[in-house]
Design a protein around this ligand. Structure first.
Ligand SMILES: *[C@@H]1O[C@H](CO)[C@@H](O)[C@H](O)[C@H]1NC(C)=O
Ligand SMILES: *[C@@H]1O[C@H](CO)[C@@H](O)[C@H](O)[C@H]1NC(C)=O
Ligand SMILES: *[C@@H]1O[C@H](CO)[C@@H](O)[C@H](O)[C@H]1NC(C)=O
Length: 348
């Protein structure tokens, strides 16, 4: 225990010292470190020396894709950038044109044989090439639409529990699965979106791939974990029923979908279909169909939401239309009791 603590402390101090002394500033910087470019369009960047150098220096460009860095642009993503000269005794920048050829992404790096120019590994620009820039905005909008639809769909349950001061009819297994699922998915999203090490690992594994995780996904999972915890808290303080079966199976047993909100299913369906739509548009826009399977949880969430919503809709409108339940759930019991309701209405 103490040993682990000491090791952690030493590492932390080492990290601080390294952060304070620094490892030197790059002697060249690009005017932007991240750019997004539509195919066939050109963006001009400026490469500026941070201090005067004495002799003129030739700068060569390198193209990094995954683990591979080369002076040749092997993937034909952008038009190769010709060498530029940084002049001595001036801090005036030089212009660099980046022209997109196909969708994908790469990092443009620089090198020079001049001994005056240091820390060139810190001088780079990440380039994302898309088919259509408007789609980038449309995708962000779609992302927030499914964020809102899915997030709102959590609340009717929370509000109904609160109004009834009861969690009877709620499936506890489902809550536990939700919490585990959202936590795992949340770690994945936060890592993929905010942790550089994770992002780099994903980029190395998918050199031409884009990051399939969007900001709305990160916020969605954080919020989902929060709402699930509130619901679990409600289960600890409100009156409980004891049934432990899935909602679809419950509908099947009771031959009714009564007491279940179609509004909720419509929200869920909207969330699922917009999420899938976004994945396909993202994949199309970056020519990266692998990204769909790079985030199997997002794909699965969308796909299974739609599947189960369709199942519910069929149960509600076709199979058990207008029926009152054969069986009812009795509060204050620890078992799911199959107690026949007086007279089931068999007509639809
Ligand atoms: C920059 O100035 C130094 C000293 O003034 C001189 O030796 C050097 O040749 C100059 N460099 C260029 C590229 O003009
Ligand atoms: C960059 O493109 C602009 C037009 O977009 C052109 O005027 C300029 O000469 C180009 N510069 C280089 C270094 O190719
Ligand atoms: C940059 O250029 C120097 C000198 O030409 C060479 O030694 C070095 O390996 C190059 N760096 C990279 C990352 O290619």
């Amino acid at each position: 225990m103490m040993a682990i603590f000491s090791v952690t402390t030493v590492c932390f101090v080492a990290f601080l010292v390294r952060g304070c002394t620094g490892t030197g500033l790059p002697s060249l910087t690009f005017s932007k470190t991240d750019i997004q470019l539509a195919v066939d369009s050109t963006k001009q960047l400026t490469l500026t020396p941070q201090s005067h150098i004495i002799e003129d220096a030739t700068i060569l460009f390198m193209y990094e894709s995954g683990k591979d860095t080369s002076y040749k642009e092997k993937h034909n993503l952008i038009v190769p950038v010709p060498n530029v000269i940084i002049h001595g005794n001036t801090t005036k920048g030089v212009k660099v044109n980046i022209t997109a050829v196909t969708a994908g992404h790469l990092t443009l790096r620089v090198n020079s044989s001049s001994p005056e120019i240091e820390n060139l590994e810190k001088c780079f620009v990440r380039i994302t090439l898309v088919h259509d820039k408007a789609l980038v905005i449309i995708n962000a909008v779609i992302g927030w639409i499914y964020f809102v639809a899915w997030s709102i769909s959590f609340y009717p349950q929370v509000i109904s529990n609160w109004k009834r001061k009861s969690v009877v009819g709620l499936n506890f297994d489902f809550l536990a699965y939700n919490l585990t699922g959202f936590l795992a998915y949340g770690f994945f999203n936060v890592g993929m979106f905010w942790v550089d090490g994770v992002k780099k690992e994903y980029a190395d594994a998918h050199p031409r791939g884009i990051n399939p995780v969007q900001l709305n996904d990160v916020i969605f999972t954080i919020h989902a974990v929060f709402v699930t915890i509130i619901t679990i808290f409600q289960c600890t303080v409100y009156e409980r029923g004891g049934q432990k079966i899935s909602k679809a199976y419950m509908n099947f047993k009771r031959k009714s979908t009564e007491g279940w909100s179609i509004g909720n299913v419509i929200l869920d369906f909207t969330g699922g279909s917009f999420s899938l739509l976004q994945m396909f548009l993202l994949a199309y826009n970056s020519d990266d169909w692998g990204s769909i399977f790079g985030d199997p949880t997002k794909f699965g969430l969308g796909f299974f939401s739609i599947l189960f919503d369709i199942l519910f809709i069929i149960q509600h409108y076709v199979l058990y239309r207008g029926r009152t339940p054969y069986y009812t759930i009795i509060p204050d019991t620890t078992e799911y009791i199959e107690k026949p309701v007086n007279t089931p209405v068999a007509t639809g």
